[in-house]
Design a protein around this ligand. Structure first.
Ligand SMILES: Cc1ncc(COP(=O)(O)O)c(C=O)c1O
Length: 490
């Protein structure tokens, strides 16, 4: 039988972009066998010849042959040479076209129904790096990274062995204690550490709730407009979304509708409009959840940042029957990549959800949990929040002033808090204004895109918290050139 030509191996090696010479020769040999260019019984050049032809050392060629023998591609016989050891045609028959099947694909890609639903949602998208007026970013320049580093170093010095092992799937007890204390004191949440489940993000909380509480076709009531991350998580799980338009008191409750399985609310600072839900409406939702057995999910994503008065206490604190699941996140109050968030669960949900979370990922990284616990317990978290509230309040004021001076056609909807401000635009103008803002290099995230069945309001969600005052002012001045009818004035 013929001997494989060194030229073929050289060409195949040249196609391998990565790795050292030995790795590339191994990849070329595998490719020659898998593609049928080297067939069962075919002899390989001697290692001496191949080394000469390819300009490699003989040691490299010997090592590659030995590796391929271990993997089952080659057989080496003392005194006789090296031979292809596998019949690829018999082991993995070609399709009619003659091409080998691409790995893992049986013809057209076929996902599970659940997988397809997930892909169809388009997924979730995190905010871009801060620039005017990307929404949803905290100011990371102001974060005390030096202090965080010291706390991390101390923890790694003292507890490295424990922190590097797997941890409690419910979350580090010290962090759960700190969260329960913080929520009791500043959000009126009634809980103990045993009800806290530490997660990597609110998104993971929503995903976990979908997986454990919702069956295909279950109704989930959502605020309209509302948070896309929650819609995505619930609809990917096969739930049927039912929109609740807003009125002056918050999401509207229609008791005549068939009972939902779950109700998702952002009552303290409605996403995206910023309004707070009235006490009467909160009590009505709790009563309805109790009467129908629905779960009330309260996403309290940014109530650390209310500027003009104390935030309304959490809805969870009004519930004495265990209907409310409370979600909070450190993505905004610490930094997004810390990957720490939490749920406060009614007692009955603790064991099932802790078990379910072990199926996803075990727990968040222990060192980060430990440092977050120290940061909270030593008073740094409260101090950081105080500082950030002041900083963000002053930037909110700069934005309000800039809107007033330069963009009188953009009307703030509710500016009490948050890292972004929803503004109304003249009806029918959003698309044209957005295009013109983009041409000026300014991001103006859409408000109308967050409406579903309720009549959409033209507007933007202007992120301001991460921007220095000069950047807010400069961007507003640049947008001033956009005229009242979507045309440049000058
Ligand atoms: C309503 C709401 N919930 C949750 C989050 C984000 O939380 P996480 O980063 O923990 O997923 C956001 C982010 O903007 C949000 O607007």
């Amino acid at each position: 039988m013929a001997t494989i030509k060194p030229r073929l191996l050289l060409a195949l090696m040249e196609n391998q972009a990565d790795g050292g010479r030995r790795a590339r020769l191994c990849a070329a040999l595998r490719e020659a066998v898998r593609s049928g260019q080297a067939v069962l019984g075919e002899r390989l050049p001697s290692s001496r010849h191949l080394a000469q032809d390819l300009g490699l050392s003989r040691v490299t060629v010997e090592a590659a042959y030995a590796q391929l023998e271990t993997e089952g591609y080659l057989r080496r016989q003392v005194g006789q040479g090296s031979f292809v050891a596998i019949d690829m045609e018999a082991a993995a028959p070609r399709q009619a076209s003659g091409a080998l099947r691409p790995a893992g694909a049986a013809g057209a890609l076929r996902l599970s129904a659940r997988g397809q639903r997930m892909v169809d949602t388009g997924g979730c998208h995190e905010p871009e790096r801060p620039r005017a007026f990307v929404a949803g970013s905290p100011d990371l320049q102001a974060f005390p990274t030096g202090l965080w580093r010291q706390l991390l170093q101390r923890r790694l010095r003292q507890d490295a062995a424990a922190l590097m092992f797997y941890g409690d799937p419910q979350g580090l007890p010290a962090l759960r204690e700190a969260i329960a204390r913080y929520l009791g004191q500043s959000r009126g949440v009634r809980c103990h550490a045993g009800q806290v489940l530490v997660l990597t993000s609110s998104q993971q909380a929503l995903q976990l709730l979908s997986a454990t509480l919702l069956d295909d076709g279950d109704a989930v009531w959502m605020e309209d407009p509302g948070y896309a991350g929650a819609r995505t998580a619930f609809s990917a799980s096969g739930a049927r979304l039912v929109d609740m338009p807003l009125d002056g008191e918050g999401a509207t409750l229609d008791p005549a509708r068939p009972a939902p399985r779950l109700i998702y609310l952002t009552p303290s600072h409605q996403f995206p409009t910023g309004q707070a839900m009235s006490l009467a409406r909160r009590l009505a939702f709790i009563a309805h959840a109790r009467a129908t057995g629905a779960w009330l999910v309260e996403d309290d994503y940014d109530s650390e940042f209310l500027y003009d008065h104390q935030p309304t206490p959490a809805l969870q604190g009004l519930d004495d029957q265990g209907q409310v699941v409370y979600i909070g996140t450190f993505s905004k109050s610490l930094f997004p990549s810390v990957r720490l968030a939490y749920m406060v669960l009614p007692e009955a949900l603790v064991a099932p959800l802790v078990t379910a979370r072990t199926i996803y990922d075990g727990h968040p990284a222990q060192p980060m949990q430990a440092v977050a616990a120290d940061f909270m317990n030593q008073g740094h978290f409260a101090a950081h929040l105080r500082l950030m509230r002041q900083l963000y309040r002053s930037r909110r004021d700069v934005l309000l002033q800039a809107l007033h001076s330069h963009l009188p056609w953009a009307t703030p909807m509710d500016s009490r808090g948050g890292l972004q401000m929803a503004v109304r635009l003249p009806e029918g103008s959003e698309q044209a204004y957005t295009r013109q803002a983009a041409a000026l290099g300014i991001a103006t995230p859409s408000l109308s895109a967050l409406y579903h069945t309720a009549p959409a309001i033209a507007g933007w969600r202007l992120g301001f918290a991460a921007l220095p005052p000069e950047a807010i002012d400069a961007a507003a001045r640049a947008l001033e050139r956009i005229g009242a009818h979507g045309q440049y004035r000058g």
